[in-house]
Design a protein around this ligand. Structure first.
Ligand SMILES: Cc1cc2nc3c(=O)[nH]c(=O)nc-3n(C[C@H](O)[C@H](O)[C@H](O)COP(=O)(O)O)c2cc1C
Length: 320
């Protein structure tokens, strides 16, 4: 049994958070992660309807399982309905990432909800701590989805030196030994997204899951091209790590041109409807090469935890 400030605070048996992944992590995936002993989160994007939050949160709540919701700070000024729906759903944890969490923390704390923030720079850490977040998530650029430019391990070490609050590591962790590594560094747990991209409980399609299983760790690209194509107002400092495909090979690095090309934008919009994986974004991190089988999320979490325990015992054997 692994016990950390994260497991104690949320009553977990695994020091693992299932990352909020818009388009993949709904209530079923969050439920499955929590059944495995971790804390499952539901991902909410900038265009997600508030009704999605209501419906998906009801799934883990129906079984009194712990769960969280992940919101994007930059989207909230235009989408106060997402914050309201989230508060009404009474999750155990809400993450406010990709922007300043300060405006939203008091409302969440007043509702008795713990707040996490993913951080990508030291300035982000200071901002999150000043905002009063309860959990800091050091997200390295190895991560799938939107992320910054610092690697997980050096960023994690800097964050740990700056706070006594629980710190989680995100980005590139996909084995028990990987979980053990960040625990040994001082993290209270791992925040994992990519290892859950081939779980049957996800909202992603079977074809997307198969594509994930076939991909190697070298096959990702950190790019703004998909956001530009979708005309999403993502701040430039957070590109997204996705599997390379025909679209990214054509447009990555040519974003200014892409911003004026409505035909290319339409192709991505259509591709998202038809699940054309050569034109639509499939966000995944560098640990994708380690995801080779379709497995229930609870099994993924249990294996990570058992593997972490075994690795920590092995490491203890190095002493003396
Ligand atoms: C498909 C996908 C979608 C994501 N969507 C979100 C999101 O909606 N909100 C968020 O805060 N993070 C999102 N992320 C980032 C994750 O929270 C997390 O930082 C990342 O998955 C951790 O790294 P890993 O992918 O290497 O495990 C997403 C990641 C992926 C892979």
């Amino acid at each position: 049994m692994l016990t950390t400030p994260l497991t104690r605070r949320f009553g977990l048996s695994a020091p693992v958070v299932g990352a909020p992944m818009a388009g993949v992590a709904g209530g079923a995936l969050a439920r499955a992660v929590s059944l495995g002993g971790g804390l499952g989160m539901i991902g909410v994007g900038s265009t997600t309807p508030a009704s999605f939050v209501v419906e998906q949160c009801a799934i883990p709540r129906a079984e009194a399982l712990p769960f969280g919701v992940g919101l994007m700070a930059w989207a909230l000024p235009d989408r106060p309905d997402l914050l309201e729906a989230t508060i009404d759903a009474t999750p155990d944890l809400v993450s406010i990432s990709f922007g300043d969490p300060a405006p939203w923390v008091p409302r969440l704390h007043d509702a008795g909800i713990a707040v996490a923030a993913q951080v990508n720079t030291v300035a982000d850490v200071h901002r999150a701590l000043a905002a009063g977040v309860d959990v800091v998530v050091a997200q390295g650029s190895e991560a799938g989805g939107h992320t910054g430019h610092r690697a997980t391990l050096p960023l994690l070490q800097e964050v740990l030196a700056l706070t006594d609050r629980p710190v989680l590591a995100a980005g590139g962790i996909a084995t028990g030994a990987g979980v053990a590594a960040v625990l040994a560094a001082g993290a209270a747990g791992a925040w994992i997204g990519t290892p859950l991209l081939s779980c049957p409980e996800g909202l992603n399609s079977p074809a997307a899951r198969a594509r994930v299983r076939a991909a190697a760790g070298e096959d990702t690209v950190l790019t703004r091209s998909f956001d530009v194509a979708q005309r999403l107002p993502w701040p430039e400092r957070w590109p997204g790590r996705a599997l390379e495909n025909e679209f990214s090979r054509t447009w990555h690095g040519r974003e200014a041109e892409l911003a004026r090309d409505d035909a290319a934008a339409q192709r991505v919009a259509d591709a998202r409807q038809t699940d054309d994986l050569e034109q639509a974004p499939l966000y995944a991190g560098e640990s994708v090469g380690l995801v080779t089988a379709e497995r229930p999320a609870a099994d993924v979490v249990r294996d990570l935890t058992a593997g972490a325990e075994a690795a920590l015992r092995r490491v203890a054997g190095l002493l003396g």
